[in-house]
Structure formats: structure tokens, C-alpha cells
Design a protein around this ligand. Structure first.
Ligand code: M6R
Length: 614
């Protein structure tokens, strides 16, 4: 996590550009922020503030920072509390440093330096890097040699950028495991955690590879690899737009993003389906660099909400394409010695394309000879660049930490992928595929209906009852179970009320003990082949005093409605694709409850949008 940025500019001050970049990077963490520039006498001066960027802004307005070289940071705390002392940049002798990630061998390195009499000002692992570099400079090394000596000593996944006192035309930058992009301007140079932060400054971007470090000057960058050899990394013209996304007339990004879902699912589907206006619709995915007929297994790897998209994708792919699918949490997959069959695929699902565990899981698949694939929202992200086969989602920038439109567009992309595989493998006839695709394209209209109907008003009323509850149980069967888990994640993430998603059939094996008079239980239960069984579960909840909040379709409302205190109803759609529509009410319920509780909806405590640490 943490966002880092650096700038060597010419006839303007760096601090305003760095601050603007930090605004774009704030999704990576918002525990504290800071900027350092080389001021008039060539020494680093810094300004830091605990809490969100607004606090730093107040200080910058009061006394603007001068200097044409600078670095900036927005923090997600890992080592030491989120106070000003631990805020970046950190200083050590002539060095100012900003850092993202974790130095895993920080303790022995700190002890080694302490034994030599080095004292530390902060609890951070970052300061250890700066002190190591300082030691090398004191020993007479050039900045390049200091980097060459220190880099191999650092273990973990990290990226950092340094300024040096008296070196107005120099920045040192390194990447090992977490992203860093260099930006080349007209007589200016930049670097940042992502191309989004660079986009307003330059479109010419060089992505560092694992283990790379660079010496950046206004005239350009010299990049060295892990072995210290000078390497050429291609310069690309980024497609990422630098426009800052606003909230429009919405109160929060999350609210706006919920309301964009009909549109962005439509974009995603239009990019992946051909012939909708003609006789037969068919998938038009990017060319598959593998033979779908001989695909032996798909292993989906993802984290959080993206992993729930994967679980629903598993149901669809197995059903429509008859390929075995396993869906694994990326953080578990990496460490459990998975058996990956020959001719198998590892498919990473990620909004950001930068989640560390997901990226590493994809790399593990590549190392074991698997076809690598990704369902990714951010173009040019690490997963988008490293996977051989990429299905893009067109959600646009998702700013709210709670994932909404990214999830439903991931589902849309996975749905088309399932149909495409089914068709290619002969498990679906062209007519059957056409039918599935056409019913899929009805989903955006169904979502529009949900968002313009009574669901929001009803969710608002339910939310007022939920704010005082200690726990909420979410239950469902089949793909509705996954929607229930996604609903529970969304709910706890932004309302800070405990919520648990469970398979309805498993309720009797444990969670039923939670139910007492007034316990809210959200049932995600459309009318499908499992309705009768879900009905018995609802009765069991009611018999114990539980309050049923039913998320269902029109037929389900008729069938189960009388057992529920509250009903959030979606239009009837093809049952196969119903989880996409059923997700919207659980998002709205979480949003309205957070609103009623007064939590920070878009930047909930302790979280960050992109998780680039383990
Ligand atoms: O960028 P990614 O899709 O890889 O992110 C994965 C998760 O961190 C993310 O979905 C997270 O669970 C959301 N905050 C949930 O709303």
C-alpha cells in the first residue's frame, strides 16, 4: 500500500505537483502524508501530517514549500503508529526517502546499524533503507554504488524513492515486488506508484521490473537490474487518463459507483460481445493464446471481493464450459504447494491489477508452466502487463475503497468468458451461447430498474434498524451464497458492524447459535431450484426470533415475502446471471447503514484500495 511520488521539474515548484499526485494516490493509504523538497541551500526540508491529505494541505497552504526536486508519500501504516513521527519522508544524513511495502529483514538490519551507533528517529522499516544508504555514502560510495550495495541486502516486497542533499538533478528509485513507474517529461522526470499519478505530468512512462533500480535525472533514466547491469526498459505512451474523477451529484464515490453499474456493465459487455444487433451474438474476447479444447483446469486466484467474483465464475465456467475450476484465495494459494495440472490456467481477478498476493499467485502459476490470465480493471497494471491473456473490465476508476462496480463488471466479464469457453469446447451450441449472451445483456436494464425503484428507500429504512445491531448474518445457497458473503464483507467493511456470510444449508451446523430475538438475517434467495430448501431455513430463523431481510426477485418475493420483515426486490432475470442483479441491493444496504452510522464510507478505517503488502 502507500503511495509514492517523485519529481524533478524545471521552472516551477515541485510541491504542488507532488500534492496533486498524492491526491491521486490517496486510495493506497490515508494514515498520514508528507512531502520533502530540496530547498534553496540544497538540503531536504519536509512537511508531514498525520491523518488524511487534507491535514497536509492545510500546512502547505499556510506555508508553501519551495524547490524543484521533491518526493511525496501517502501512508498505510505497517511499522509503528500512524503519527507524524512515522510519516514519510524520512531523513538520514543527506537522504530523504519515501517507501511503499515491507522490508522483511528490518530487525537484523536495524540491529546491525544500531551496533555501529546509528540512532533512529522512527519505528519504520523505511528509515533502515535510508540509514543503510547513508552509511554507504559515508564510506565514500557514489549514489549509484550505494544503491548497488544496499539493494541486495533488502528482503521483502517494496518500492522506494530517494532525494540526496546537494543533488538537485538526481532521484534514486527502486522496485522489488510493489509497483513503480518512471515518467519522462520535457526536461523533467518523475516517478510514482502508478501511471494515474503520472498522467497529468507526462504520458511517457517506463515501468520498472522486479529488482530494478534507477538513477533518474531531468535528462532521462538509467535503469539497472537485480544483477546491477544496465538494462533497457521500454518507454510506453500511457493510455491512463489524468482527469481527476469527481463525485458528481453523489455524496460519496461509493454511491456514485453503485449508480454507474448499469452503464459500466454495458461497456464491459459491449467490448466482449459481437453481433448483438444481428442473428447470432457471440463472444469477442481477445485472442486466446491457448487451445480451449485442451484446457485441463482453471485455478482462479484473487483476494476479497474479487475472490467472490471468482467463486461465482467457477459455477458459471463449470456449468457452461465443463472445465474443472478451483477458486483460491491468492494469499493461501501461494503458500499451500498447489498441484497444477499440465495444460491448466491460473486466472487472476483484480480491480487494481496490483494486489500483491494476487500478482504473486499469478507468477507462481507462470513459474509452474500454467497459462496465465487476468480479469483486470486497471490497464497497464502489473497483472494486466504480466498475464498472457487479459479480459478487461470497463468499470473505469473505482475510488471508493469498498468495491462495487469492479465486482459486477468482473462478473460480466467472467460470464462472457464462461460462454466463450463453452462454445469453443463444444459444450454449448451457438444458439445456446447466443441465448445466454442476450439474457446477459438484459442485466444493465435490470440494474437501472433496481436503482430507480424502491430498493434504496427501503434499504434506508432497514439501515436505521441495523445501526444498533452487533451482528448481521447473511445466508444464501449456490451463487446466492457468494452474494451473501460479498454482502457481509461490504457491510462490515464500511459500517464496522460484524457481519458473516454463510451457506444457508450450513446454518444448522453452527451459525444458528447466533440467532436470538431480533438478530437480523439477510437471505439472498431468488426463486430458483433451491427455493424450497431456503424457505425451510427462513422458517428456522423466524422460529428463533430472527428478523428476515429478504433480497430476492419478483417470484421470490411472492413465495417468501410473508416470512420477511423487509424485502429488497430485483426484477426477474435469467437465474444464471441473477447474482449480478442481486448484488446491488446488498451494496445499497451496506451503504445506507454506513451512512446512518456516520462512518467514512469512501475511506473506511484501516483499509486501503490497493493492497500491495502481505
Ligand atoms: O484490486 P483488487 O481487486 O485485487 O482488490 C482485492 C481486494 O482487496 C478488494 O476487493 C477488497 O476486498 C475490497 N475493498 C472489498 O470491498
Amino acid at each position: 500500500m502507500c503511495g509514492i511520488i517523485g519529481a524533478l521539474v524545471t521552472d516551477r515548484d515541485a510541491a504542488p505537483l507532488l500534492f496533486d499526485g498524492l491526491r491521486r494516490l490517496e486510495y493506497r493509504g490515508y494514515d498520514s502524508a508528507g512531502i520533502a523538497t530540496l530547498d534553496g541551500d540544497g538540503r531536504p526540508t519536509r512537511r508531514r501530517a498525520a491523518g488524511k491529505l487534507d491535514n497536509l494541505q492545510t500546512s502547505l497552504y499556510a506555508a508553501p514549500m519551495k524547490g524543484r526536486s521533491g518526493i511525496g508519500h501517502t501512508r498505510w501504516a505497517t511499522h509503528g503508529p500512524a503519527n507524524e513521527t512515522n510519516a514519510h519522508p524520512h531523513l538520514a544524513g543527506p537522504i530523504a526517502i519515501v517507501h511503499n511495502g515491507i522490508i522483511e529483514n528490518e530487525k537484523p538490519l536495524r540491529a546491525e546499524l544500531a551496533a555501529e551507533g546509528v540512532t533512529f528517529e522512527s519505528d519504520t522499516d523505511t528509515e533502515v533503507i535510508a540509514r543503510l544508504l547513508h552509511r554507504e555514502l559515508q564510506r565514500g560510495s557514489s549514489p549509484e554504488d550505494a544503491m548497488a550495495t544496499v539493494m541486495p541486502r533488502l528482503a521483502g516486497a517494496f518500492a522506494f524513492v530517494c532525494l540526496l542533499a546537494g543533488e538537485d538533478d538526481l532521484m534514486l528509485a527502486a522496485r522489488q515486488g510493489t509497483p513503480l513507474a518512471l515518467g519522462l517529461g520535457d526536461g523533467e522526470a518523475f516517478c510514482a506508484s502508478d501511471a494515474l499519478a503520472l498522467a497529468p505530468l507526462t504520458r511517457r512512462v517506463v515501468y520498472l521490473e522486479e529488482g530494478d533500480w534507477a538513477v533518474l535525472r531531468r535528462s532521462g533514466a538509467e535503469v539497472r537490474n537485480r544483477a546491477g547491469e544496465t538494462v533497457d526498459r521500454p518507454e510506453v505512451v500511457t493510455e491512463v487518463s489524468g482527469a481527476l474523477v469527481g463525485k458528481g451529484n453523489f455524496r460519496h464515490f461509493m454511491e456514485k459507483e453503485i449508480h454507474e453499474q448499469d452503464e459500466v456493465i454495458g461497456y464491459t459487455l459491449r467490448g466482449l460481445i459481437d453481433g448483438l444487433g444481428g442473428d447470432i451474438a457471440k463472444p469477442s474476447l481477445p485472442a486466446m493464446p491457448f487451445d480451449p479444447k485442451t484446457l485441463s483446469k482453471i485455478t482462479i486466484v484473487a483476494c476479497g471481493t474479487a475472490s467472490y467474483a471468482g467463486q461465482i465464475g467457477k459455477y458459471w465456467i463449470e456449468r457452461l464450459a465443463r472445465v474443472p475450476v478451483e477458486c483460491d484465495l491468492a494469499s493461501e494459494f501461494r503458500y499451500r504447494e498447489p498441484v497444477l495440472p499440465e495444460g491448466g490456467m491460473v486466472l487472476a481477478i483484480s480491480q487494481s491489477g496490483e494486489t500483491l498476493d494476487t500478482t504473486e499467485a499469478l507468477r507462481l502459476g507462470a513459474a509452474q508452466g500454467q497459462i496465465t490470465a487476468g480479469v483486470v480493471n486497471v490497464p497497464e497494471s502489473t497483472i494486466a502487463r504480466e498475464a498472457r491473456f487479459v479480459i478487461p473490465t470497463k468499470a473505469g476508476p473505482e475510488i471508493g475503497v469498498a468495491s462495487t462496480k469492479a465486482f459486477t463488471t468482473q462478473l460480466a466479464a467472467l460470464a462472457v468468458f464462461a460462454v466463450a469457453l463453452g462454445l469453443e469446447r463444444g459444450a454449448l451450441t451457438p444458439e445456446a451461447a447466443d441465448g445466454h449472451l442476450r439474457s446477459l445483456t438484459e442485466i444493465p436494464a435490470a440494474i437501472r430498474t433496481i436503482l430507480h425503484g424502491p430498493v434504496i428507500r427501503r434499504a434506508e429504512a432497514i439501515a436505521h434498524d441495523l445501526v444498533d445491531k452487533h451482528t448481521v448474518l447473511y445466508l444464501g445457497r449456490g451463487t446466492s451464497w457468494t452474494v451473501a458473503m460479498e454482502g457481509a464483507l461490504k457491510f462490515k467493511e464500511i459500517s464496522y458492524i460484524h457481519a458473516e456470510g454463510y451457506a444457508a444449508g450450513e446454518m444448522k451446523h453452527g451459525p444458528i447459535a447466533l440467532i436470538e430475538e431480533g438478530t437480523p438475517v439477510v437471505f439472498v434467495a431468488p426463486e430458483d431450484g433451491l427455493a424450497e430448501k431456503t424457505l425451510s431455513n427462513m422458517r428456522q430463523v423466524r422460529a428463533r426470533g430472527g428478523e428476515v431481510i429478504l433480497v430476492t426477485d419478483e417470484k421470490g418475493a411472492d413465495r417468501f415475502g410473508e416470512l420477511a420483515e423487509h424485502v429488497l426486490e430485483v426484477p426477474t432475470v435469467d437465474p444464471l446471471w441473477a447474482p449480478i442483479a442481486l448484488t446491488v441491493p446488498v451494496q445499497v444496504l451496506a451503504y445506507e447503514t454506513a451512512l446512518a452510522k456516520g462512518t467514512d464510507v469512501d475511506q473506511p478505517r484501516n483499509l486501503a484500495k490497493s493492497v500491495t503488502v502481505e
